[in-house]
Write a protein that binds this ligand. Structure first.
Ligand code: HAH
Length: 389
């Protein structure tokens, strides 16, 4: 009698013409009601089984309310897109993925592009979220004009520091009292064992002085903002030792640094539980808050250089990846919960597997699946492991 349609209703509704007796009408109505019940129950079960984020799911941030804020890196586009409700339900902190980087917010010496950054700050405020700033000084996504004079020649240390000061003062002042924590300096430690600092233009022109100066300028602009040094590969003992030395030196010199950002670009293969715990132990011993600032769990092994995807290279999300990823996420959050007294925030780098920076890094065009929500914006199996404790 009934044909199911996608809206869960029968096409074959009872027809109430005089031709039918009252009895027939009643029987039909009862039949339709039973069909309706069966269909709606069926749909509810299917919804539950397919891991849709149902109303019984509190949303990630609420499972972690006694531990730490849970944040996400966003672009202005996702705030008006299909992801909007998911972000509001699951996260209580936001970071601008790109639009506060120097190249985006300060593309020319005398021009700031505030609009996209303002949108993210306004969204955070409107939804009662914490807002983190990322990032005031980095070697990437940084415009050429910073390092060149009007004749195209490289600027002096004095001029570069003056420009850094102007930049940091303008950006931090604009969001004073709205952005509670800044990644002030990003990734200045070299990955190799043979070099201490990264050979960036900042370093080549200023030596290491720009690091302390960046913190000082930011602190002058907003004395209440928490200022972080942020880096990746922090579970690598050689790199970690250098980061810890740098942070200790800054502290000893009275530089206003208040926290350490461990990016957390991890994978289904690393870090191990032992090395993550060791890393958190060493960083928390510095006595300042730690945040995991850019968490994602790649389904591929790490590679040092960038490259194109090879034509035949697979990029499906296999059952094996799904399993390793849920185990890894489960372990990471177990360890992170253990360190709750040192960790003042965790931020995911992107919202869902629909789009991640890892779709183009380090391999351009190779799809990755690093987050807790899938391409249909549904919680993945890993999500349920993270909230089950
Ligand atoms: C991060 N770098 C950056 O902090 C963030 O701003 C960007 O959007 C994505 C990742 C990670 C990184 C890198 O820049 C170079 C090599 C490895 C990892």
């Amino acid at each position: 009698m009934s044909t199911c349609n996608p809206y869960g209703w029968s096409y074959d509704q009872p027809v109430y013409f005089g031709k039918h007796s009252v009895k027939t009408h009643d029987r039909r109505a009862r039949g339709s009601f039973l069909t309706f019940l069966l269909i709606t129950t069926g749909f509810t079960l299917v919804a539950l089984c397919s891991n849709a984020q149902t109303s019984s799911d509190k949303g990630l941030k609420n499972y972690y309310k006694d531990f730490f804020p849970v944040g996400v890196a966003v672009s202005p586009e996702v705030l008006t897109g299909a992801e909007r409700e998911l972000i509001i339900k699951n996260f209580n902190s936001v970071t601008a993925e790109n639009v506060m980087k120097i190249g985006r917010i300060h593309p020319e010496e005398n021009r700031y592009n505030w609009e996209p950054a303002d949108q993210i700050v306004a969204f955070g405020e409107a939804n009662g979220m914490k807002v983190r700033g990322h990032t005031l000084c980095w070697h990437n996504q940084t415009p050429d004009w910073l390092f060149k004079d009007k004749d195209g020649k490289q600027v002096s240390k004095d001029i570069l520091l003056q420009r850094l000061k102007e930049h940091i003062t303008a950006v931090v002042t604009r969001y004073k009292g709205k952005i509670y924590a800044w990644d002030v300096v990003n990734e200045v430690i070299d990955d190799s064992a043979s070099k201490y600092f990264r050979e960036s233009l900042w370093y080549q022109i200023c030596g290491e002085d720009f690091i302390a100066k960046a913190f000082q300028y930011a602190h002058e602009a907003d004395p209440n903002a928490l200022l972080f040094y942020n880096d990746y590969n922090t579970e690598n003992p050689t790199k970690r030792k250098k980061i810890i030395e740098l942070v200790n030196k800054l502290k000893a010199n009275g530089v206003p640094i208040h926290g350490i950002g461990l990016q957390g670009h991890w994978s289904i293969f690393e870090p191990s539980e032992t090395s993550l715990r060791e890393s958190l132990k060493q960083f928390s011993a510095l006595g300042m808050p730690i945040q995991i600032t850019e968490l994602d769990v790649s389904v591929y092994r790490s590679e040092s250089g960038r490259r194109e995807k090879m034509a035949e290279e697979p990029d499906e999300f296999t059952a094996e990846m799904e399993q390793l990823q849920l185990e890894q996420y489960k372990m990471f959050f177990k360890v992170l919960r253990e360190f709750k007294s040192s960790i003042s925030g965790i931020t995911f780098w992107n919202v869902t597997d629909k789009r991640s920076w890892l779709d183009n890094f380090p391999v351009r065009g190779r799809k990755n699946y690093p987050l807790l929500f899938d391409q249909e914006l549904k919680p993945k199996k890993a999500y349920w492991e993270v909230v089950k404790f």
